[in-house]
Design a protein around this ligand. Structure first.
Ligand SMILES: C[S@@+](CC[C@H](N)C(=O)[O-])C[C@H]1O[C@@H](n2cnc3c(N)ncnc32)[C@H](O)[C@@H]1O
Length: 275
């Protein structure tokens, strides 16, 4: 069981992500637990204020560190759940959230997330967390959408949550490459046909075609992924046919492609060819 605790001023924004679709089913099956914590409950202000004006002046409000600390301490004191083994602050200044981070988080037992609003948290809050995460180089109004992204990405990696464990292993980024294209019925739609190889029932040919497509997409769209994609000698051969150069292969730390097969010499070969 992986517990997600979201400390937020707007738990109602996260409630549908926590109760619908696969996460909702995973909660019902006891595979994940989602704990929505209203940070206002930890205000000591009679109007339940959690923020205040910034020292030094300037626009906007800042969430108080003492409120964040009390909310986090309530998790540690919750007898019904293990104490958080990661406390994460959402911030545009954080480490970029990636599939690799999602895989790391899926192995924990209790993840606590601080969702900011306004100008964010008092800087001293950073001393209460184990890491800061950003979901991209843009600024949103609050951390709840970031929290929904992380919940969606991490919960599906918890064993048992997806019906078919293999289904996320070929996903974009999990294999080190972008995913190959998928097709379903109808076999022909507005003149566009599903590739013949996918309809032929030859599993080895399908696997080779999918790997080639994943390499082609990654080469065209995200060549920056190739150095850490764990390329094989066969991948190197495919990448050369897709237009990559020997210098590219070296830059991606790709192994040399298999040596081309020499035609077998016969008694007659070698004679007469030049003339
Ligand atoms: C308006 S933002 C604060 C932006 C902050 N003043 C800055 O420029 O870095 C309010 C909150 O939204 C969340 N947030 C906004 N953009 C984010 C992003 N790209 N990744 C993660 N969280 C984000 C954070 O929790 C942040 O505290």
């Amino acid at each position: 069981m992986l517990t997600f605790s979201f400390l937020t001023l707007f738990p109602e924004l996260l409630a549908p992500f926590a109760s619908e679709a696969i996460v909702g089913k995973a909660r019902a099956r006891g595979l994940v637990d989602v704990n929505l914590v209203q940070m206002r409950e930890f205000s000591e202000n009679r109007h339940l204020k959690v923020d205040d004006t910034p020292y030094g002046g300037g626009a906007g409000m800042v969430i108080r560190v003492d409120v964040a600390a009390r909310a986090l301490e309530s998790l540690a004191a919750d007898a019904g759940r293990p104490p958080p083994d990661e406390v994460i602050l959402f911030s545009p200044a954080g480490e970029r959230f990636t599939q690799a981070v999602a895989e790391e988080l899926a192995g924990k037992s209790h993840l606590a997330f601080l969702c900011g609003r306004y100008e964010g948290f008092d800087a001293r809050t950073e001393g209460l967390v184990t890491r800061e995460l950003s979901i991209g180089d843009f600024v949103m109004m609050g951390g709840e959408a970031a929290a929904a992204c992380v919940l969606e990405a991490v919960a599906r990696l918890v064993p048992g949550v997806l019906g078919d464990e293999a289904s996320h292993q070929a996903d974009s980024f999990s294999s080190g490459l972008l995913d190959y294209p998928e097709y379903t019925r109808p076999p022909e739609w507005r003149g566009q046909e599903v590739p013949e190889v996918l309809r032929g029932g030859n599993h080895a040919a399908v696997a080779a075609w999918r790997r080639e497509q994943a390499l082609a997409r990654t080469l065209a769209r995200r060549p920056d992924l190739l150095p850490s994609a764990g390329l094989t000698t066969q991948d190197s051969a495919v990448l050369l046919t897709l237009g990559a150069s020997a210098d590219d292969l070296r830059a991606w730390k790709a192994p040399d492609p298999p040596a081309p097969r020499r035609p077998r010499r016969t008694a007659r070969s070698g004679s007469g060819e030049a003339g």
